[in-house]
Design a protein around this ligand. Structure first.
Ligand code: 5GP
Ligand code: ZN
Length: 116
């Protein structure tokens, strides 16, 4: 499902403000908030407001995908030294648990290769 608010979707509910989150960025297309279980000193999720399942679906909107990478870079520059890892878990076999696409932004420490 692309576009509409899905009342069953955790991240649609966070976007709607029905579930609280620590927001660090919001604009007309995306919001970013702290991951509940951080795996790096800075661990934020950048999420498009429109419901899309995964990064494959997001790739249909390259400008939105580019915007997410720009927001990620700004978060890493503001809250860490500017270096960051951007992770899209795609499909259950790759660890995706929330099926509303989100970019994990990991920064603020020496991130070992192969983590996450
Ligand atoms: P995935 O495993 O789908 O790539 O990532 C889902 C992420 O969402 C996990 O890192 C998990 O810690 C985070 N998460 C799950 N539930 C919540 C929540 O209610 N609030 C926040 N802020 N993060 C959540
Ligand atoms: Zn959703």
């Amino acid at each position: 499902d692309t576009g509409r608010h899905d009342p069953q979707c955790l991240f649609c509910r966070i976007i709607a403000g029905e579930i609280p989150s620590d927001r660090v960025h919001e604009d007309e297309r995306v919001i970013a908030f702290a991951d509940l279980h951080p795996q790096a000193p800075v661990h934020m999720l950048v999420v498009p407001r429109e419901h899309r399942r995964d990064v494959a679906e997001l790739a249909e909107d390259p400008e939105l995908l580019a915007h997410i990478t720009q927001v990620a870079g700004r978060i890493a520059a503001d809250r860490a030294d500017g270096d960051f890892r951007l992770v899209f878990n795609t499909g259950p076999g790759a660890g995706q648990t929330v099926f509303h696409v989100h970019a994990h932004v990991l920064a603020g420490g020496k991130l070992a290769e192969g983590e996450l």
